[in-house]
Design a protein around this ligand. Sequence first.
Ligand SMILES: [Zn+2]
Length: 276
Amino acid sequence: MISELKFSAIIGLCLLSGLAAHAQDQGMQWPGGKKAAVCLTYDDGTLSQLNQAIPDLNQAGLKGTFYLTGQNMVPEFVDGWRMAAAQGHELGCHTLFHPCSGNFDWVPAEYETESYTLRRIIDEARLMNQFLYAIDGKHKRSYAYTCYEKEVGGLSFVDTLSKSGLFMGARGGAAPDPPDAANLDLFDIPSMSITDEVPFEELRAYVESAIERGIPAVFCFHGVGGDYITTSREYHQRIIDYLKEREEFLWITTFVEMAEHLDLFPVEITADNSPF
Ligand SMILES: [Zn+2]
């Protein structure tokens, strides 16, 4: 959880609840008085992100978050990612070898999460961070769970990851049904996976709901105008245009900046959003 209050403080808030009902905003406080945060995240470090997604974000003056893997960081991509970082985009950690469940037939036996250990996944994340440091010189990172999986060897590694000191926060999957502000976990912030198959109305409802509730809306893209799990360049641009139209209400930022903000300014537990 983002915020931990002392027992006595919680009791005090409970006692006040009858008086304070509906008196306070349930959502988080965002920079510039914005109503919600939006992060555009892109997984796996594919070529179409360098060639299409980044130029389109730059054109709109938006910053994306790119979750890179060691295996996709081939020499011919390194300069492109270094330039992306210099332009303000975030290079995030998506492990070295992209381990996932053996239930996916494309996962090599050596990289099945069922046979991974906590030590191995954390070591992979740490090494990827060192790799990224060599590219962009940044110390603050965020993490994206591969295949949205938060277990290795049948054990959750969310807690270990959050205590590792390696990351400001981590992105999961499972939106659109994000938790309320008071129940948001910095190391399991949900995202909505986007492809051409996701209707625009669904995507817009997700953002408008985030504005109403004061919570983050995080998108997860893969290929943009190419590669796989593809969003066409036209649809990507339509999403950018819509977000720009709503920018009055949206803090469109990188995941690490949003996570840092949430860590510094956790949601206030109020009478309306108290879990008790
Ligand atoms: Zn991935």
